[in-house]
Each structure stands twice: as C-alpha cells, then as structure tokens.
Design a binder for this molecule. Structure first.
Ligand SMILES: NC(=O)c1ccc[n+]([C@@H]2O[C@H](COP(=O)([O-])OP(=O)(O)OC[C@H]3O[C@@H](n4cnc5c(N)ncnc54)[C@H](OP(=O)(O)O)[C@@H]3O)[C@@H](O)[C@H]2O)c1
Length: 277
C-alpha cells in the first residue's frame, strides 16, 4: 500500500500530506465512499459542517476498525457559526455528529471579512485547542491581511491555511507568506475540479512520465510541499490519485506547471465572499 509522507505542523502534530476530501459527496454515500478511501490507503479525511456529511465520516471511522489515532480528521466551521460562543458550540455539535472526542484539525472555513468576526472566532479556536477538542487549529481562504489581523490580535499562529490552489492559481505570494510564518499550505480543488487536465502541457508531461494528467498535477503539489485531498466518487480514481509516490517531476517540469498560472479561480474570492449557511 502507498506510503504517504507526513508533514509536521507548527505545533508538532503530524498530518498525512495526501488525503480524501468529501465536498459534494452526498451524505447518504459518504460512509461508503470514506470506507473505499480507507481501503485505497487514505488516512486523512477533509470534511466540513457545510458539507452536511460529517455523520458519514464518523460512521465510516467507527465501522473501519481503524484506531482513532490512525486517521486524521479535519472539519470546518460553518459560515453561520462565527462568534465565540457559537464556534465553541459548533465544534461540540460536530464531535457529537461524528461520535468523536476530538478532531485533528478544525478550520475557520471562510474569513467573511465583511462580518469582521474572525478574530473573535479565532479566540474560541484557541480555547478549543487548549481544551483538547482539536489537536490543531487553522484557517481556510484567508488572505495575508486576514492572517496579519490574527497575528496582531491573538496568540496561536494557524497551523494551516487551506486555499484554492492548482496549476491555474498557484498562489505564489501566499505560499511565500505561509513559509515565512510557519503555516502549512493546504490546496483545495488541487486538480481545479478536473478542468485543467486537458491542458497540452499536462498531457505532454503525462506522456513523458507514463502517468495521468491528474497524477502529474498531484505530484507537483507534493513536490512543492502542499497538503492535498482530491475528491472523487470513484474507487478507481481514489487509487489513481494517491498513486503519486513512485515518480518524481524534473525541476523544469515543476516550473512548467507553475507557469500555467493565469490567476483563474474556480471558487469565490475570499475578500468578497459573504455567504452564510
Ligand atoms: N476550504 C474550502 O473552501 C474548500 C472549497 C472546495 C473544496 N475544498 C476541499 O477540497 C477537496 C477537493 O476539492 P474539489 O472537490 O473542489 O476539487 P478537486 O479535488 O480538484 O476535483 C474534484 C473533481 O475532479 C474529478 N476527478 C477526481 N479525480 C479525477 C481524476 N483522477 N481524473 C479526472 N477527474 C477526476 C471528480 O469527479 P468524480 O467524483 O466524478 O471522479 C470531481 O468532479 C474537497 O473535497 C474539499 O475537501 C475546500
């Protein structure tokens, strides 16, 4: 079975660099999909309160026979649950839904800068960390200005920032900021939802390495140090996606993928996104 390397977060907690994301996996399909992912060697699951499928993640974990400390579980705070007390209550609800005593990583899903409550929310996250309900805490979709606000007003540096990142949005500046401040980069939509795979550069590299374009892109993430958790409903693709530890891209090819960046977002802009739910 594939050996997935760990990345050590800034508080010493280890996270498998490759995981399985369950965004848009239907709730009634989630436990079966997560069990398939476990069978394919995945030991890191990325869910969110917003995905409405935490129950299936918890059920799969219970049914898998895996020990709790063999699987890394991330969930994220719902946009409607910003604020100190609400954030505390929201994680308690997730733990109840998943039937877990703790999550490995709890993230603020979106900063929602127009609401301007993420500093207060982060103070609740610090309490959840201190209480052992989350082994690590982090953020998602934070821009440098949002990270700077946290640095000025709070104590704990986020362990990760989970951001949209793929060959058409390589996030060079934000990755530099993360490296400087000890924040690990998690890449969401790592294969741009499958929409980048026809690109001739990626097709050419797939031919060169005898791999698929998806594997080339995922390998690129691994080599530049990102944590990834591509989503697929297909067990074949689960096995394909994680099978990226038996080849290495040449530095020129890493650079060629980096050069595909045209700042194309598949999702919302964090500076303006304000949806609650
Ligand atoms: N923090 C955030 O705001 C945020 C936002 C979005 C996503 N995420 C996280 O990131 C994870 C992944 O992102 P994502 O689901 O948006 O995008 P993604 O992983 O880049 O792409 C998923 C899409 O690609 C297809 N696909 C998967 N493997 C493939 C392969 N080997 N060849 C061709 N197509 C393939 C899937 O289709 P099939 O299912 O049909 O295979 C699905 O349509 C999510 O599950 C979630 O955990 C976080």
């Amino acid at each position: 079975m594939t050996e997935v390397p760990n990345i050590t977060l800034n508080n010493g907690v280890e996270i498998p660099q490759f995981g399985y994301g369950v965004f848009q996996v239907p709730p009634e399909r989630t436990s079966a999909a997560v069990l398939e992912a476990f069978a394919a060697g995945y030991r890191h699951i990325d869910t969110a309160q917003m995905y409405r499928n935490e129950e299936g993640v918890g059920r799969a974990l219970a049914e898998s026979g895996l020990a709790r400390d063999e699987v890394f579980v991330t969930t994220k705070l719902n946009n409607g649950a910003h604020g100190y007390q609400r954030a505390i209550a929201a994680l308690d609800q997730s733990l109840g839904t998943m039937r877990l005593d703790y999550v490995d990583l709890f993230l603020i899903h979106w900063p929602l800068p127009r609401q301007d409550r993420y500093v207060e929310t982060w103070k609740a996250f610090e309490k959840l960390l201190a209480d052992g309900k989350a082994r690590a805490i982090g953020v998602s979709n934070f821009q440098p200005a949002h990270l700077e606000r946290l640095a000025m007003a709070t104590e704990v540096v986020p362990a990760v920032n989970q951001i949209e990142l793929h060959p058409r949005l390589t996030q060079h500046e934000l990755r530099k900021y993360h490296a400087k401040h000890g924040i690990a980069t998690e890449a969401w939509s790592p294969i741009a939802k499958g929409r980048v795979l026809e690109h001739p550069t990626l097709q050419g590299l797939a031919d060169k390495y005898g791999k698929t374009a998806a594997q080339v892109v995922l390998r690129w993430h691994i080599q530049i140090g990102n944590i990834v958790f591509p989503k697929t409903s297909s067990p074949e693709r689960m096995r394909e996606n994680i099978d990226v530890f038996d080849f290495e891209l040449d530095p020129d090819d890493v650079a060629a993928i980096e050069a595909l960046d045209d700042r194309h977002r598949t999702g919302p802009d964090p500076d303006t996104f304000d949806m609650t739910g």
